[in-house]
Design a protein around this ligand. Structure first.
Ligand code: TYD
Length: 133
């Protein structure tokens, strides 16, 4: 459910010269990362996502700028604003998500538990509703 999708504090090593955040398997990331991708150059007013996954776990980080993530498990909805590079939102399988209201220059990094597989996507909201019944 959407209540299984926490915002997870990541580590941060601060120095006079800036900050570094490390995401490492088995040290705070609760799955083995198989894939990392990032969204960028998102035009103002555009939204992304609009699908759910059957098996995939993800942690989403606003490494630059910010955006909203709407989560929907078929019963409950929740909106999370991400705008800090040292926090990540975990999305478990079976959650419909939409990413929207990106600030200009925002970069959305995603750490994923599986490699890309189109068969893992649920791209029609009506299919999602049917599956969640
Ligand atoms: P999609 O996941 O639908 O994007 P978003 O949810 O951000 O709107 O992916 C967009 C396109 O990119 C789609 O044609 C599939 C392709 N793609 C890959 O080939 N590999 C990947 O790892 C991802 C995430 C997407």
């Amino acid at each position: 459910s959407v209540y299984d999708c926490p915002v997870i504090p990541l580590n941060k090593i601060h120095s006079r010269a800036g900050n570094i955040t490390i995401a490492e398997v088995h040290t705070g990331i609760p799955f083995d990362i198989q894939r990392v991708y990032y969204l960028y150059d998102i035009p103002g007013g555009e939204s992304r996502g609009g699908h759910a996954h059957k098996e995939l776990y993800q942690i989403i980080v606003a490494v630059g700028g910010g955006f909203d993530i709407l989560l929907d498990d078929g019963r409950n909805k929740k909106v999370v604003r991400l705008n800090r590079p040292d926090f990540g939102l975990m999305i478990v399988p079976g959650i419909w998500r939409e990413l929207m209201d990106f600030t200009s220059g925002a970069v959305c990094m995603v750490m994923a538990s599986l490699k890309y597989d189109e068969k893992d996507y649920i791209r029609e909201y009506s299919d999602f509703q049917q599956l969640m019944k």
